[in-house]
Design a protein around this ligand. Structure first.
Ligand SMILES: Nc1ncnc2c1ncn2[C@@H]1O[C@H](COP(=O)(O)OP(=O)(O)O)[C@@H](O)[C@H]1O
Ligand SMILES: Cc1cn([C@H]2C[C@H](O)[C@@H](COP(=O)(O)OP(=O)(O)O)O2)c(=O)[nH]c1=O
Length: 189
């Protein structure tokens, strides 16, 4: 099983991953960007905005993803792998580029490896506004609410276009209710 937790910044991914970690003791928990040794260097470069070129920045994320899929996801395909983000974020956040073009590049980077289960925590505009006001924002989050809502739409479109087995969950539900819905989805209910 290759399970991915998706959602824009502040959707509640880390909160749910911490709960999953308590329940899935045998699973491998990983993340993008930064799930491998090379990936953690690429993550620093990408998130600090070290590349001047937008295209170079997009390729940093793709390089991270290619290494991560090969070294973590495929090498552990007999196990349960649970990842904080995936190609779904990769395609969606690269919003300067056409969706279909990003799908093609990401399928190349992942050698066509798709998540078996994608959970998308979906925020309403008002809840996103509230959550962003509660924290110190990094460079990507500072791009604003409309920017992030557009990314969220691209995430949904990507999941549907790729036909990935998925569950969209309202991120403003209680932490316990979201946890329950994730559990049901993973148990095939
Ligand atoms: N279901 C929820 N309802 C209300 N607040 C939540 C919920 N889940 C998480 N939060 C809060 O929202 C903020 C962002 O959550 P976090 O798990 O860090 O999101 P992400 O990892 O997606 O950026 C945190 O302050 C967290 O405590
Ligand atoms: C995976 C991926 C993430 N991102 C963005 C989303 C996030 O804003 C940021 C890092 O993700 P994340 O590790 O979730 O950030 P944090 O630790 O602050 O919660 O990178 C891209 O722009 N492209 C990508 O391919």
């Amino acid at each position: 099983m290759y399970i991915v937790i998706e959602g824009i910044d502040t959707a509640g991914k880390s909160t749910q991953l911490a709960l999953l970690q308590e329940k899935y003791k045998e699973a491998i928990f990983t993340k993008e960007p930064g799930g491998t040794p090379i990936g953690s260097k690429l993550r620093t470069m990408a998130l600090n905005g070290e590349a001047n070129s937008n295209i170079a920045e997009m390729f940093l994320f793709l390089a991270d993803r290619a290494e991560h899929i090969e070294e973590v996801v495929v090498k552990n395909k007999e196990k349960v792998v649970i990842s904080d983000r995936s190609m779904i974020s990769g395609i969606a956040y690269a919003s300067l580029f056409e969706l279909d073009k990003m799908i093609e590049l990401n399928l190349l980077a992942t050698n066509n490896t798709l998540p078996t289960h994608a959970i998308l925590l979906e925020l309403s505009p008002s809840e996103l506004k509230h959550r962003l006001s509660q924290k110190q924002n990094d460079a990507i989050e500072l791009r604003g609410i409309n920017y992030l809502l557009n990314i969220q739409n691209r995430m949904k479109e990507t999941i549907k276009k790729l036909g990935i087995n998925h569950k969209f969950i309202d991120a403003s539900l209680s932490i316990e209710e979201i946890e329950k819905q994730i559990e049901e989805f993973l148990n095939g209910k």
